[in-house]
Design a protein around this ligand. Structure first.
Ligand SMILES: *Cc1c(COP(=O)(O)O)cnc(C)c1O
Length: 392
């Protein structure tokens, strides 16, 4: 046995290489990748332009300290600011770190306003990471159990429910921010209504709260906008990114605008690896390929065609509770636990995920072809149909 901590329940397969939408295992078996490392491999596997950009960057410069100027980081911050309308960016290496930065920023913002014990409103079923602060912000007891005492300063409300926010606004005087995933990923592909997000924006403006969106999973063109909150036509005060930003090279970002701008000063926050030239080159290339190859509008169209294909293929099959999502962030909810489907799909040569026990989650790369999508629909509808009829 390898000397690894036992903190994952892993499937037994090991992959040797990938090409486009496919992965290959040690026996040479090919798999259609409809998960992309959980929304990470934005450009699929072995994308020629990413490989070239990374090879060039490795040969030039991999890492320098943030005590110096880093041109690649400056260029990426400009690019992200243009795409998002945000003002400034802090770079780190993962989603939980991006959210840690957001939480620290909100607390500092609160203290500057004279609030001694600042609180952040968070959602039921939310997922924000596994560091102490971010697991405390997460709305899933399984993630928290055994790690108490939790970090204080979070107020939990039901997702997509404006009345609950209004109640907090009426009674709670130490709130400084709201942290929300515009589309909950781990929580089961739950899409917040656009009216709700606009309502949140209005309440945050009225109360002087920061609106902080966690786009670690739903961001980077996956839903047909660069960032999922843009569907609602709002600008947040803080946005966090990670997963798909570097197409597999670790990078996270915390962006700030408006009242959240200029909150951090020298010494308030930092990261050794954050924003290194290699990670920034990966992100710059990812954004460039998405733009030049029109992958954002493709994600919207492809997502719609996968959802409608699944609806058609599964029409009348009892046990399908809902098929939902936005763009290439797709959830198929069954009326029963379906974790077994992950292994069955693997055996059939298809990589998928199941979250909250009964939601099949699809997060294919943005480079998915029409043929990949058609194959996904036929394989998955067959597997679901078989699962629902043989085991009830
Ligand atoms: C995955 C995820 C995180 C945590 O990201 P890590 O890189 O694993 O720390 C945070 N928020 C959301 C919405 C995520 O999907």
């Amino acid at each position: 046995m390898p000397h690894l901590m036992n903190n994952y329940s892993r499937l037994s397969v090991a992959f040797t290489h990938g090409q486009g939408s496919h992965l290959f295992d040690e026996q040479g078996k090919r798999y259609l990748d409809a998960l992309a490392g959980i929304a990470v491999n934005t450009l699929g596997h072995n994308h020629p332009r990413l490989v070239k950009a990374l090879s060039d960057q490795v040969a030039r410069l991999i890492h320098v300290s943030n005590i110096y100027r880093v041109r690649e980081q400056e260029a990426l911050s400009d690019r992200l600011a243009t795409l998002s309308g945000m003002d400034e960016v802090f770079f780190c290496n993962s989603g939980c770190e991006a959210n840690e930065a957001a939480i620290k920023l909100a607390r500092l913002y609160g203290h500057r306003k004279g609030i001694e014990a600042p609180a952040i409103v968070v959602m039921e079923q939310a997922f924000h990471g596994r560091t102490l602060a971010t697991l405390s912000a997460t709305g899933n007891r399984k993630v928290q159990a055994g790690f108490e005492p939790l970090v204080a300063g979070f107020v939990r409300v039901p997702f997509d429910n404006l009345a609950a926010i209004e109640t907090v606004a009426a009674h709670n005087t130490n709130v400084v921010a709201v942290l929300i995933e515009p589309i909950q990923g781990e929580g089961g592909i739950n899409v917040a209504h656009q009216d709700y997000l606009r309502g949140l924006r209005r309440i945050c403006d009225q109360k002087g709260w920061l609106l902080m969106v966690d786009e670690v999973q739903c961001g980077i063109a996956r839903t047909g906008q660069w960032f999922a909150h843009q569907h609602a036509g709002i600008r947040p005060d803080v946005m966090t990114l990670a997963k798909g930003l570097g197409s597999g090279v670790p990078i996270g970002a915390c962006l700030a605008a408006g009242p959240a701008k200029d909150v951090f000063g020298p010494g308030n926050h930092g990261s050794t690896f954050g924003g290194n030239p290699l990670a920034c080159a990966a992100a710059l290339t990812t954004l460039e390929v998405i733009e030049q190859d029109g992958l954002m509008s493709r994600a919207a169209a492809l997502g719609n065609s996968i959802r409608s294909g699944l609806r058609q293929a599964l029409k009348g099959v009892p046990g399908i509770a809902d098929i939902r999502g936005d763009g290439l962030m797709i959830g198929i909810e069954l009326d029963r636990p379906c974790g077994d489907l992950v292994q069955r799909a693997l055996d059939a040569g298809l990589l998928i995920n199941v979250t909250v026990d009964r939601v099949i989650r699809l997060l294919p790369p943005l480079t998915f072809s029409d043929d990949d999508a058609a194959l996904l629909v036929s394989m998955l509808s067959g597997l679901i149909g078989e699962f629902l009829t043989t085991k009830s």
